[in-house]
Design a protein around this ligand. Sequence first.
Ligand code: NIG
Ligand code: FE
Length: 384
Amino acid sequence: MTSVLVTGIGELVTNDPQVGDGSALGLVTDAALVVEGGRVAWVGRRVDAPAADARTDLGGRAVVPGFVDSHAHLVFAGDRGPEFAARMAGEPYAAGGIRTTVAATRAATDEQLTAGVARLVAEMRRQGTTTVEIKSGYGLTVLDEARSLAIARGFTEETTFLGAHVVPPEFAEDPAGYVDLVTGPMLAAAAEHARWIDVFCETGAFDVDQARAILAAGREAGLAGRLHASQLGPGPGIELACELGLAAVDHCTFLTDADVAALAASGTVATLLPGVEFSTRSPYPDARALLDAGAVVALASDCNPGSSFTSSLPFCVAVAVREMGMTPAEALWAATRGGARALGRDDVGRLSVGARAHYAVLDAPSYLHLAYRPGVPLVIDTVS
Ligand code: NIG
Ligand code: FE
């Protein structure tokens, strides 16, 4: 197996506190790493680096673990730019806009949907994302959910069945019938392509009893659970996620003290999605309260055509630092290691021995520039 020595790393973020400066980011300056068989085989100071078969030099740039975007809805058709403009003119965000995208998605061909995902995954990669979770949820029929997941599966192992996104119009008078469809034939068709099951647990979508039933059916079918919760107002979803020991509960925009305590006492990751608050003019979640209480926080894009049409984790990091009380170090950790934790992954989101050699090279001397230079395309190479 060929080994490659990467030198000239002015600052390396390993996310391993056993390495480097002992902080959560495990920072090493004047660093090098050796990659062998797609994994990190050695990491440390350049002066201590072993010999390798080949060598590449990064000229003093910073290297960070590839971003792990643990929440994205990429399988869709259509555009909701006018809805965004209306919000910026004062309209509130309504989850009902999801149905607009459902209609466009149902009408699209597999080729059109696949091309849309490919474009967004490529956009993400250009911005340093090396692992992405992709949800269904804009099909909401057995066939459209199954084909959404089959398409997603072509791009990632982290596929999530979100048949319980909203009740589609044809079931408006029979929401219980829709839950039966989701937990029955739709789940059976989706399970073949999905690793996770998700529910939008919110007023206007699915209530806590429906969420419980859908997650239980998913578990029976071998799918691990995650939740969308407390996006539009405080609700029971966060405590449900903690009670069930789910890997993650996402949004957490409206946090109660009990939610913060439950998250801090559990292993459930609170995934914050600052693109949503940015794009819906909502208040930002209190990341500081979560971190101070000891909860694990992840940052993700929630890339979707309605509430957050950004594919950029550098943007999310910058907003989280400026608006959510996170330090640059906490925000970078949350968008890399935090995202990996939210997906139950130990092989990504870090650059220590044994991890996948997934990383982003920044045209900057330090990871600090991700927030210090917002909106600047600093990622000049994404390796995975
Ligand atoms: O994560 N909250 C529910 N689903 C998406 C919104 C989707 C849409 O507006 O199309 C979200 O924000
Ligand atoms: Fe979402």
